[in-house]
Each structure stands twice: as structure tokens, then as C-alpha cells.
Design a protein around this ligand. Structure first.
Ligand code: NAG
Ligand code: NAG
Ligand code: NAG
Ligand code: NAG
Length: 468
């Protein structure tokens, strides 16, 4: 009815916008292209050296950036599962059934996700002349031939010692459910540390922060939760500072914990826990910037948003400053890195131990605003890309000597047997090739593409290996 009696002027307005809109759009496109042309000329002139570095690093990363398809047998959804699964609405999508298969410890496809010990990789187990090759998802053994226990971890490189230190959760205990509706857990054993010169041969340096066996009021009491430890070095106090997620078994404490050590291999002294800025804090990480300022990033408000804020100069506490970022996006497992002055972050969705789609985000200032770029997973197959290769982000490690190249570290959680969770390490590059067209967007700035490349087997370029 309204349309029928529309005023002529309104009709006229419509007609005008119909023919001018394309012209306006094309003018805008023209402007954008001109600006882009001039900025590329401007930067092209000024940064010849940078171009050369990029060409060189491109040669080094060519293999890392190879797009590798993975044929993956998709099992047809099995007919009868549990009465609950049948009743569930809406009907799960096809790839959800793969996730159910992944989570089912009796699945006939289990070996695809959790290859057995006969395929384990490590320095003591090197019959296939496989030295220094990463095999994402296979068991990974240390210099004693024991499976590496460093889940939800992060790596600190100490130039002075020319050594990498890998800190992570030691989950080498029985997996159980505290009550019927609780998710799978392992009692706190502590934080393990491993050291390496080549990022492949890992020596167990022991438990550098141990769980508490008897004192039930202690944060590290074994029935509590200790996750996602990250360590940074404070140049002023010359101490190693560990931040971690501290919780009770029901995840209601939602706090950060802080520990400190004089050496990278501990023992770390546990200081205290708190809710940073008075907010819930679950999955978290810390990031040390080039100028020495450090930040904590944590999932808050029921995991609906992330918060970010600077640490105090001694890295033992937060300051009063905090920003809410990616509000309403429901992201966790943040892993932050920086390249050419831009901050990047990989996050996961929130689906417990089940894998989900990763997203990359970028920001010009670490305090935000942060924009979502998209799913960085490249190659493999569609299911791999929608499940972060059946894993969840934990850390992104810069590769020294190759600007723009990183190792993406993720956990392939095994909720049926958490100690047997696997590590998925893959090359990540900024500005690299894509296997899908970019979702183009004329908003400024245009972020560089972040890509994580699937490889069944891969190796670091020799140039990045540390001399012993
Ligand atoms: C690797 O080590 C495990 C455990 O020590 C052993 O069971 C397996 O057979 C070894 N695999 C190879 C290829 O050497
Ligand atoms: C138990 O832990 C709490 C909290 O850290 C501490 O205050 C208390 O002294 C500890 N008790 C014993 C007996 O060690
Ligand atoms: C966790 O929740 C369960 C069930 O609601 C309850 O029985 C248990 O006491 C809680 N445990 C803690 C540590 O809060
Ligand atoms: C480091 O840079 C950030 C961003 O410009 C700034 O807020 C911070 O104060 C700087 N920190 C130091 C120690 O200069």
C-alpha cells in the first residue's frame, strides 16, 4: 500500500540514485587505485633493501609456503549414535560428524588424528633418516625417547644461551571427569620446560613449577586447573616471568597466576593469582613488545570478548589500563605476534576440547582496534581448514633470520586421554600466497594476508637453525 501512493519526488530520488550510484562507486574505486598506485611507488622507491630481504626470504620460505592438499577420507555419518545425538536439533552439518568421529576414542579413524607410537618422531627414534622433520599430529619424543609433555605452551628464545625453551602443561596423568557434566581433565602436575637449539631436538629440563599435592587452599592444588603457561624475560629485573591461567575444577575462579624465576629452567616461585582489572580471565597469553612493554590478553565476560592491557614494568601485575577487543566474537586461545609494526593474533572459537575454525586478526596499535582478517589455514582440505587442522592455537614463534616467517604452534587435544594430546606445528607467513581469493574489502588499512600452511611433513630452512 505504501508503495502504491509513493510521492513522485521519492520516485525521482530512486531514479537518480539508480544511475549515480555506479558512477560514485567507480569514482571511489578509481581514487582507491590511484592512492594505492602512489603508495606502492613511494614505498617501492624507499625500501629497496626491504624488497631484497623479502626476495631472499621468499627463496627460503618457498617450500614452507607450498600448498599441499591432503586427501582425507570422509566417513559417512554412522547411523545410530546415542539417543541424545539423534534427538539433537538442528541436524549436525556434515563436518560436525567428523568432529564427533575425532572425539570418539573408539573411532575406526582414530589413527588419522592420533597416529600411534610406531610413527613417533624424535632424536632417539630416527630410523627413517627423518632428522629435523616436523610431522604435525604424530607423537613427538624428547632426547630420552619420552613423549614431550608441554601442552598449551609457548616458547622463549634466549639469545645469550642460543637456546629455545618450551614451557607447557605436563598432563602425564589419568584423564577423568570430576562429575557427570564436567569436561575431561587431568590433575595439575606442573609446568614442564624443554630446551633445544634446533626446535626439534628437545631435552627435558624437568618440572619448573610443580602442582601442590596436599594444601587444598593453594592455587596449584592438584584438583584445580593450571593452563596455558607463557614465559617472558624482564630485562630490568633480569627475571623470567611466567603467566598462566589459574582456575578451579569448574572454571569459576577465572584468574591469572604469576610466577618468577632467576633462570629459564626454574624453579619458578609461584607468587599469587588475581582477576586482572577485576574481570574473569580464562584462556590467556602474554606478549612482550620490541620496546620492552608487555601485555596480557585474556578471554573474559563468559569468553564473549578478549581484554588486553599492559603489564607493570616488572611484569608481575597489570596496570589500570585495559581495552575490550573483539567484543561479542567469542574467541579464545589467543596467540599474538608482530611483523613490520603491525600486530597479529590467531584465536580459536570456544568449543571446549573440540576443534573449530581459527581466525587471524590484525591491529596497528596493540591496544586496538583489532580487525578480523579471516581464516588463515591454507592447504590440506576443507575439513582441515575448518578445524585448524584439528587443533587449537597456543603460540606463534618468530623464525630468526626470515622476516615474516613464524611457527604456528597448536594443540590437537585428545579429551579421551589428554596426556596423549598432540602438537601441530606449521609454518605461518605474513604476506604469503593464498589458496583462496582474498575477501576484498576497500576499507583501510588493507591487512597483509596471514597464512598457515598445512604440511604432512616439513623442515625449517637451514638458515634459521641456531649454531651450537
Ligand atoms: C619410536 O619409538 C617408539 C617408542 O620408543 C617405538 O615404539 C617405535 O617403534 C619407534 N619407531 C621407530 C620408527 O623407530
Ligand atoms: C597453603 O597455601 C596457602 C595459599 O598459598 C598459604 O597461605 C598457606 O600458608 C599454605 N599452607 C601450608 C600449610 O603450607
Ligand atoms: C563443581 O560443580 C559441581 C556440580 O555443580 C559441584 O558438585 C562441585 O562441588 C563443584 N566444585 C567446585 C570445586 O566448585
Ligand atoms: C612502547 O610502545 C607503546 C606503544 O607506542 C607505548 O604505549 C609504551 O609506553 C612503550 N613502552 C616503553 C617502555 O617505552
Amino acid at each position: 500500500m505504501g508503495n502504491k501512493y509513493r510521492k513522485p519526488s521519492a520516485l525521482h530520488g530512486d531514479a537518480v540514485s539508480k544511475c549515480t550510484l555506479p558512477i560514485v562507486v567507480w569514482c571511489l574505486v578509481g581514487c582507491v587505485l590511484i592512492v594505492h598506485f602512489y603508495t606502492s611507488i613511494f614505498y617501492g622507491d624507499g625500501e629497496e633493501g626491504d624488497v631484497r630481504v623479502r626476495l631472499n626470504s621468499h627463496l627460503l620460505t618457498r617450500d614452507l609456503e607450498k600448498i599441499e592438499e591432503e586427501s582425507f577420507f570422509i566417513p559417512p555419518p554412522r547411523v545410530k549414535r546415542s539417543p541424545r545425538a539423534v534427538k539433537r536439533k538442528p541436524k549436525p552439518k556434515r563436518h560436525l560428524s567428523i568432529i564427533e568421529e575425532f572425539l570418539d576414542e573408539n573411532s575406526q579413524f582414530r589413527h588419522l588424528f592420533f597416529p600411534d607410537i610406531r610413527t613417533a618422531v624424535g632424536p632417539m627414534n630416527n630410523t627413517e633418516n627423518d632428522e629435523l622433520n616436523f610431522y604435525p599430529g604424530r607423537m613427538w619424543l624428547d632426547t630420552h625417547g619420552e613423549p614431550i609433555q608441554a601442552h598449551g605452551g609457548g616458547i622463549l628464545y634466549i639469545d645469550r644461551f642460543k637456546t629455545y625453551y618450551w614451557y607447557g602443561e605436563n598432563k602425564d596423568g589419568p584423564t577423568y571427569h570430576a562429575h557427570q557434566r564436567a569436561s575431561a581433565r587431568v590433575d595439575i602436575i606442573g609446568i614442564s620446560c624443554y630446551s633445544s637449539k634446533d626446535l626439534w631436538t628437545w631435552k627435558n629440563e624437568g618440572i619448573v613449577l610443580a602442582g601442590e599435592q596436599t594444601n587444598i587452599t593453594h592455587d596449584l592444588y592438584k584438583l584445580n586447573v593450571l593452563e596455558r603457561p607463557k614465559v617472558i624475560y624482564n630485562d630490568k629485573t633480569e627475571k623470567y616471568i611466567m603467566w598462566m591461567h589459574i582456575d578451579d575444577a569448574n572454571y569459576t575462579k577465572a584468574s591469572v597466576g604469576i610466577a618468577v624465576s632467576k633462570t629459564p629452567v626454574g624453579p619458578f616461585e609461584y607468587l599469587y593469582s588475581k582477576q586482572p582489572h577485576g574481570f574473569e580471565s580464562r584462556d590467556m597469553t602474554i606478549f612482550k613488545d620490541d620496546n620492552g612493554s608487555a601485555y596480557v590478553i585474556y578471554s573474559s565476560e563468559g569468553n564473549s570478548e578478549l581484554h588486553i592491557g599492559p603489564l607493570t614494568d616488572d611484569y608481575l601485575d597489570v596496570t589500570h589500563e585495559v581495552r575490550r577487543i573483539l567484543v561479542g566474537n567469542r574467541r579464545e586461545a589467543p596467540a599474538l605476534f608482530k611483523y613490520q609494526g603491525t600486530y597479529y593474533m590467531i584465536t580459536s572459537g570456544c568449543s571446549g576440547w573440540a576443534p573449530n575454525e581459527a581466525l587471524a586478526h590484525a591491529a596497528e596499535s596493540i591496544m586496538g582496534p583489532w580487525e578480523t582478517i579471516g581464516n588463515p589455514c591454507t592447504g590440506g582440505n576443507r575439513i582441515f581448514r575448518h578445524t585448524t587442522f584439528f587443533a587449537q592455537s597456543t603460540y606463534v614463534l618468530p623464525l630468526p633470520g626470515i622476516p615474516g616467517s613464524f611457527i604456528f604452534m597448536a594443540d590437537r587435544w585428545n579429551p579421551a586421554d589428554l596426556k596423549d594430546s598432540r602438537y601441530v606445528w606449521l609454518p605461518l607467513t605474513v604476506g604469503g600466497a593464498a589458496d583462496e581469493p582474498l575477501e576484498y574489502d576497500f576499507r583501510f588499512p588493507l591487512w597483509s594476508r596471514v597464512s598457515i600452511y598445512w604440511h604432512r611433513k616439513w623442515k625449517l630452512p637451514n638458515a634459521v637453525l641456531v649454531d651450537s
